[in-house]
Each structure stands twice: as C-alpha cells, then as structure tokens.
Design a protein around this ligand. Structure first.
Ligand code: C5P
Length: 230
C-alpha cells in the first residue's frame, strides 16, 4: 500500500496577518507546516510527503521539513500554484510521476498542525478498505443559515445532517487525478470528487484538527500546547 501525503502550503496567510506565509508561522517555536508533517509521519502509514510551498520559499521549506522524514521516507518540496487546487494538482502529478506505487493519497492542509495520527490512520484505513474518497468530519455545534446576496435568510438546513469537514482527506490516487483533470471547482478536494459522482465516505474527525486561519485560531493553538492538550 503506497500512501503519499500531499500538503498544500503555498498560501500567503494574509488573514493571519503575520507577514510571512502561514505554513512558516511558528507555534511555540515550531512552524505550523513542520508540525503538520510530523503528525503525518507519526501515523506510521505515510513514508512520503509532497509539499507545495510558496514559490519563493521552496528552499527554506525543504530545510525545515526534511529532518522530519523517517528512515526510508522523504519530504519532497515543489513550488505551489495560484490557487489551493493548483497546488494540490501539482503535488499529485509529482507523486504519480516520481513516486511509483502511489495508490492512496492524502491531502492535508499545512494549516492543521495538531491533527492526531489516529485521524490520519482512520482515513487511510477507510480508503484501503475500498472507499475511493474519505473525509474526517465533526458534528456542527451552531445552527447554520443559508442567506441570499442581501444577507436575508433563505433556508435553515437541519443541523443534524450537517458536518464540519477537516483534513487529511483520503483518495484513490487515480480518482483524485480524474477529479482535478475534469476542470471542476470546489472548496475542497472531496468536493471535486463528489462532482464526478463518486461517493465520499466520512470518518470521525477531531477537535485538534482545527484549521488555523486567524490570529484567534493561533492563540487557541498556543493555549492547547501550553495546556498539554495538543
Ligand atoms: O487559505 P486557506 O487557509 O483555505 O488555505 C488552505 C491551505 O491551502 C493552506 O495550507 C494554504 O497554504 C494552502 N494553499 C496552497 N496554495 C495556494 C493557496 C493556499 O497550497 N495557492
């Protein structure tokens, strides 16, 4: 079973306002991306990680992440694209070209540095069991409203049927390639696969797999670490 993790990390991180790419922002001295890569390797089933880095930071990303690779594995760093989906596609094409035997791919945001290895393994196990696409999800705590362009509520979906989606998202590598080649648009990779008509399965996610987007999220991450909860 060849599991390769693809990590889109080429975002500028403007909402975080740190003056550097989000992937390189440190939490307790360790960059978010390094924490994310370590978590993937700790799961034990991932031997190769392909990172799409900001084009101007390929060398520094290589330097900070390479030591995390286990014996027999490696970190591969390439320049990411203009949009997240471009970065994922470039990393996927690299994996299929340079890492023979890649059958299962994980797509994992650099911005989710505390994802527990148990979530990584649950996703991989479900793909290995025959699901072509698997995502970790959590129940929704808030009521969600659908609004129109003017901000007027047009619908209230039943909260019990809604889920928050996290990463890593796991795929049969060929299915994910087909989804990226189809020229569709979605805010996550499972959304692309879904538009192909492929069934997407879910496994339980974890609160620690939260995405760090704003300064508030970063403060929560620091507090989790300080309290020994991550
Ligand atoms: O911007 P957002 O937080 O949704 O980005 C999610 C992930 O996608 C981040 O890890 C970010 O670095 C990555 N990304 C990328 N290439 C881009 C834009 C975002 O790899 N062009």
């Amino acid at each position: 079973m060849g599991v390769v993790a693809l990590v889109p990390a080429a975002g500028r991180g403007e909402r975080l306002g740190y003056g550097m790419p989000k992937a390189l922002v440190p939490v307790d001295g360790v960059p978010l991306l390094v924490r994310a890569v370590r978590g993937l390797f700790q799961a034990g089933c991932v031997r190769h990680v392909v990172i799409a880095a900001p084009p101007s930071d390929v060398d520094i990303v290589n330097t900070v992440t390479a030591p995390s690779a286990p014996a027999g594995g490696a970190v591969h760093v390439l320049a990411g694209g203009a949009e997240r989906s471009d970065s994922v596609r470039l990393a996927l094409e690299y994996a299929l070209r340079e890492l023979p035997g890649t059958t299962i791919v994980l797509v994992h945001d650099a911005a989710r540095p505390f994802t527990p290895p148990s979530v990584v393994n649950a996703v991989v196990d479900a793909v290995a069991a025959g699901h072509p696409a698997v995502i970790p999800v959590l129940p929704v705590a808030d009521t969600i409203k659908e609004v129109d362009a003017a901000g007027t509520v047009v619908a209230t979906p039943d909260r019990a049927t809604l889920r928050v989606v996290q990463t890593p998202q796991g795929f049969d590598a060929r299915v994910l390639l087909r989804a990226h080649e189809a020229g569709l648009h979605a805010t996550d990779d499972a959304g692309l696969v879904e538009r192909l008509g492929v069934r997407v399965a879910t496994v339980p996610g974890h609160q620690n797999a939260m995405k760090i987007t704003t300064p508030f999220d970063l403060a929560v991450a620091e507090a989790l670490l300080a309290g020994g909860k991550a």
